[in-house]
Design a protein around this ligand. Structure first.
Ligand code: FPP
Length: 253
C-alpha cells in the first residue's frame, strides 16, 4: 500500500477528502525562513520572500482541503527586535502579498483578518491590511487569520484588563468571568479553537502563540523549512491528525 510520502499531491488530497470532515481550524507557526536563506548563502529577507510563496501555496491547499480557518503566525511582538532591515523587509512583504493576492483571495472566497498590534505597523502595511480586510469582509469559504505583531500573553493581559474594567464599572460580577467570557475578549473571539497546530523547521516550541486557544489542540512538528512547505505537507499533516484520537482529557470509550 502506498504511504503518504509516495502518493502524488492529488492522491493525497483525495485521501484527505476520504478521511472525512477536515479539521475546522489549522494554525501554523511558519519557521525556518532564515535557515533556508542561509543554506543558499543569501540574506534572511530572501528566505522570507520565498516564505511568502509558501503562504500562497498553503492557502490554496487549505481551500482544497475544506478548512474553515487557517491561522498563520507571521510576525511576533518579539520579532520587532530583529535588525531594522529585516523588519522593513517583512513589512514590505506583507504589503506586497496583499497587493498581489487580494483579487485572487476575493475570487476564491477567502476572508482575510489581521490579528495583532496593528498600531505598530508601518503606514503602508496598515493601509494594506485595512484594504484587504474591507475587500474580503463578506467572504466565507476560508478565513485566513494572519497574526502580525502578535503575542499571546499581551492578548491575555488585554482581555483581563477589559474584564476588570467591566467589573469595576459594575457591568459584570467576578462570578460572571468564565471560560467563554475570557475567550470572548480575545482577538480570536467567535472562532473555533485550532484543532491542529503545525510548526515547521523541526522546532518544538509554542513561542507565545495562542496559549489559551491551544488548550486541546493536536501538535504536528514538520522538519520542513517554511519556504519548502507546500500543500502536500499540509495534506500529510491533516492525514496524521485524522488518525489521532482526541480525548479532551477523558478516556476512550
Ligand atoms: C520565521 O522564520 C518566520 C518569520 C519570522 C516570518 C514569516 C514571514 C513570512 C512567511 C513571509 C511573509 C508572510 C506573509 C503572510 C505575507 P525565521 O526567520 O525565524 O527562521 P530561522 O528560525 O530559520 O531563523
Amino acid at each position: 500500500m502506498a504511504t503518504t510520502s509516495t502518493l502524488s499531491t492529488p492522491d493525497l488530497l483525495e485521501q484527505v477528502r476520504l478521511a472525512g470532515s477536515p479539521p475546522k481550524h489549522v494554525a501554523i507557526i511558519m519557521d525556518g525562513n532564515g535557515r533556508w536563506a542561509r543554506e543558499r548563502l543569501m540574506p534572511r529577507p530572501f528566505g522570507h520572500r520565498s516564505g511568502m510563496k509558501a503562504v500562497r501555496e498553503v492557502v490554496h491547499g487549505a481551500i482544497e482541503a475544506g478548512l474553515q480557518h487557517l491561522s498563520l503566525f507571521a510576525f511576533s511582538q518579539e520579532n520587532w527586535q530583529r535588525p531594522t532591515t529585516e523588519v522593513s523587509a517583512l513589512m514590505s512583504l506583507l504589503e506586497e502579498y496583499i497587493a498581489r493576492e487580494v483579487a485572487e483571495l476575493s475570487e476564491r472566497g477567502v476572508r482575510v483578518r489581521i490579528l495583532g498590534e496593528r498600531d505598530r505597523l508601518t503606514d503602508g502595511a496598515r493601509k494594506a491590511v485595512e484594504m484587504v480586510e474591507r475587500t474580503t469582509a463578506h467572504n466565507d469559504t476560508l478565513t485566513l487569520n494572519i497574526f502580525i505583531s502578535y503575542g499571546s500573553r499581551t492578548e491575555l493581559v488585554r482581555a483581563t484588563q477589559s474584564l476588570a474594567r467591566d467589573v469595576a464599572q459594575g457591568i459584570m460580577s467576578p462570578d460572571d468571568i468564565d471560560e467563554d467570557a475570557i475567550s470572548g475578549r480575545l482577538m480570536t473571539a467567535g472562532m473555533p479553537d485550532p484543532d491542529l497546530l503545525i510548526r515547521t523547521s523541526g522546532e518544538q516550541r509554542v513561542s507565545n502563540f495562542l496559549l489559551w486557544q491551544l488548550a486541546y489542540t493536536e501538535f504536528y512538528i514538520s522538519g520542513v523549512l517554511w519556504p519548502d512547505f507546500g500543500r502536500r505537507d499540509l495534506f500529510t499533516a491533516i492525514l496524521d491528525y485524522k488518525r489521532r484520537e482526541r480525548r479532551y482529557g477523558k478516556v476512550s470509550v
